[in-house]
Every structure is written in C-alpha cells, then in structure tokens.
Write a protein that binds this ligand. Structure first.
Ligand code: ZN
Length: 145
C-alpha cells in the first residue's frame, strides 16, 4: 500500500468508525463550529479538569468525511493533554495546512498528518481545519458557556 492509499484508509476508518462521536456526560467546554462552504457542522465538547488537562473530549455533527475524520483524529491527539499542549497541536496542524510546519510539528501530528495532501486542496482545507479552529476558539476564550 503506498502512503497516499494508507492516508485515505486512515480518513475512511475515522469517518466510518469514529471513536469519539457522541455527547460527554459533563462537558466543561462546548463549542459549535460550522464550515458553510461545504455544510460541515461540528459540536465539540471537552472536559477540562482543575489542572487544565483535557480528560475527555467528543464531538457530534455532520458533514463530509474529511471534516468528521479530522475531528475524530484530533480528539485522539488531544485527550489527556493540557490546554497548552492541545493549542500547540492546533498550531502545528494549521501550519501543516499552510505548508509551513517544521519537522518537529509534523511529528507531533502523528495520524493527523494523513490530512496533509487533502488540506492543500483549497476547497477541502476548511473541512480539514474545522475541528482544529473550533478547538482553538474554545480553549482561547476564557468565559466558557
Ligand atoms: Zn467538508
């Protein structure tokens, strides 16, 4: 299997069998993200403890395979991380989409790097970044809810 096929497989797998779709029992942060260009819609939910660690995360929503898979992959990466670490991951992902990621950032992204090719297609970049932009907004805004 070549690398592109492997990446397609990763996106398909997360789209068909998302590991983090659903509602959290007691989210501390909730944020809606919408990409009107494609009709993607994400409701991101986080549970952040008193030490600023994201102890659980989930999403609900509808939209294209890329937007949904990207959100699911993102949650795999941010669960168990601090808010600062999650924001560093968001920076790395957005840098990858812009084509300016360092090797170190690429390494951080792990499976999310599977979206690099697709993120370079202008029409799909907004799909791939929807979850990450929503995460940035919810973590940067202190007054939740
Ligand atoms: Zn989309």
């Amino acid at each position: 299997m070549d690398l592109k096929a492997l990446y397609r497989e990763i996106v398909n797998e997360h789209n068909l069998h998302p590991g983090h779709k659903g509602d959290l029992p007691a989210p501390t942060h909730i944020r809606q993200g919408v990409n009107p260009t494609c009709g993607d819609d994400i409701n991101l939910q986080l549970e952040v403890d008193e030490n600023g660690v994201i102890t659980a995360a989930s999403f609900n929503g509808s939209g294209c395979a890329i937007s949904q898979a990207s959100a699911d992959i993102m949650i795999d990466l941010i669960e168990g991380r601090t808010k600062e670490e999650a924001l560093a991951l968001a920076d790395a992902f957005l840098a990858m989409v812009r084509g300016t990621a360092t090797d170190e950032q690429r390494e951080l992204l792990d499976e999310a790097a599977a979206l690099e090719d697709v993120a370079h297609m202008p029409a799909r970049a907004k799909c791939a970044t929807l979850g990450w932009h929503t995460l940035e907004k919810v973590l940067r805004e202190e007054g939740e809810e």
